[in-house]
Design a protein around this ligand. Structure first.
Ligand code: C2E
Ligand code: MG
Ligand code: MG
Ligand code: MG
Length: 291
């Protein structure tokens, strides 16, 4: 197995833990325990309408508040959860927590759509659409309160089955989004057929576009492609006012990134949302940067 030792001696886990090993079994039981003991934390990161500056949605990002290791980021346990199948329980936890967060916002007259990340294994779960529906119903949320983010690679793992699940999710009225667009290997033929309403440009392109003309052109073409397919576009990794300006000039619909806010614990989110005032970002001619 490949566990990385940190200076303080604590062990973090990489994606390639051998599924049958002792370490793997103990991490799995630790994860199970984490859910029961309430060690998972729902973090929310806002997405802003780049033209109006309004916040209409947020992405749910999970963290593990480990009693000894501190706050563990998702990349240190999500891949493992995917490998062992535990991801289904984890996804259920995130959806339940997101539905509760939605209801809490609703009770304060704040309208919010929450995006939840799904993984490959979730897409192979034929009961997923009904399970999600039941959790939303329990909180009095309509299906469009939720958006499901799916990466290209998760879909391309088993395109037929994924498409089937996506169609079922669509029939129930859930919004869907392609995450990390540009990093996977999805074909445009599939993109055209997917019942999604949104495309998220991967942060690697957005973060590089101010210094790299090639990345700026990829961002511009992706926005155009999405709009031509009738999809709304979100840019991830908006880290500066300049990036916001350029994206707005290119017609990008929404932005998400540290310039707006880092992901924050769910309990802080509503206060943050109430205090939010869109910054004066000015405007820029997209052609001045992209000629
Ligand atoms: P993702 O779905 O693409 O989420 C966006 C990631 O980019 C988040 O990292 C977020 O904190 C980070 N990010 C947002 N804005 C910026 C920015 O301006 N600059 C930079 N450098 N980073 C930014 P995070 O929270 O560490 O999550 C990493 C990945 O873990 C997610 O990528 C997603 O693939 C996965 N993940 C997180 N929560 C869940 C979950 O509940 N379920 C599943 N299946 N996967 C999850
Ligand atoms: Mg995502
Ligand atoms: Mg993403
Ligand atoms: Mg990502």
């Amino acid at each position: 197995f490949e566990a990385k030792k940190r200076q303080n001696g604590s062990v973090f886990y990489s994606a390639s833990l051998d599924a049958g090993s002792q370490e793997s079994l103990s991490l799995l039981s630790e994860l199970r325990h984490a859910v029961e003991a309430g060690e998972l934390r729902l973090y929310l990161q806002p997405k802003v309408d780049l033209q109006s500056g309004r916040i209409i949605s947020a992405e749910a990002l999970v963290r593990w508040q480990h009693p000894e290791r501190g706050l563990v980021p998702p990349m240190q346990f999500i891949p493992f959860a995917e490998q062992t199948g535990f991801i289904r329980a984890l996804t259920a936890w995130v959806i339940e927590a997101s539905a509760a967060a939605w209801a809490q916002a609703r009770a304060q007259d704040l309208a919010l759509r929450i995006s939840v990340n799904l993984s490959t294994r979730d897409l192979l779960d034929q009961d997923l659409p009904a399970k999600i529906q039941a959790m939303l119903d329990a909180h009095g949320a309509r299906s469009d309160a939720l958006c499901l983010e799916i990466t290209e690679s998760a879909i391309m793992d088993d395109p037929q089955r994924a498409l089937h699940t996506l169609q079922q999710l669509q029939e129930r009225g859930f919004k869907m989004s392609i995450d990390d667009f540009g990093t996977g290997y999805s074909s445009l033929a599939y993109l055209k057929r997917l019942p999604v309403h949104e495309l998220k440009i991967d942060k690697s392109f957005v973060m590089a576009m101010e210094s790299d003309l090639g990345d700026a052109k990829i961002v511009r073409s992706t926005i155009e492609l999405a709009h031509n397919l009738g999809l709304s576009v979100v840019a991830e990794g908006v880290e500066s006012a300049k990036a916001w300006r350029l994206l707005a000039a290119l017609g990008c619909d929404e932005g998400q990134g540290y310039f707006i806010a880092k992901p924050m614990p769910q309990e802080q989110f509503l206060d943050w949302l109430r205090a939010w005032r869109a910054p004066e970002i000015g405007s820029i001619g997209a052609d001045t940067m992209l000629s």
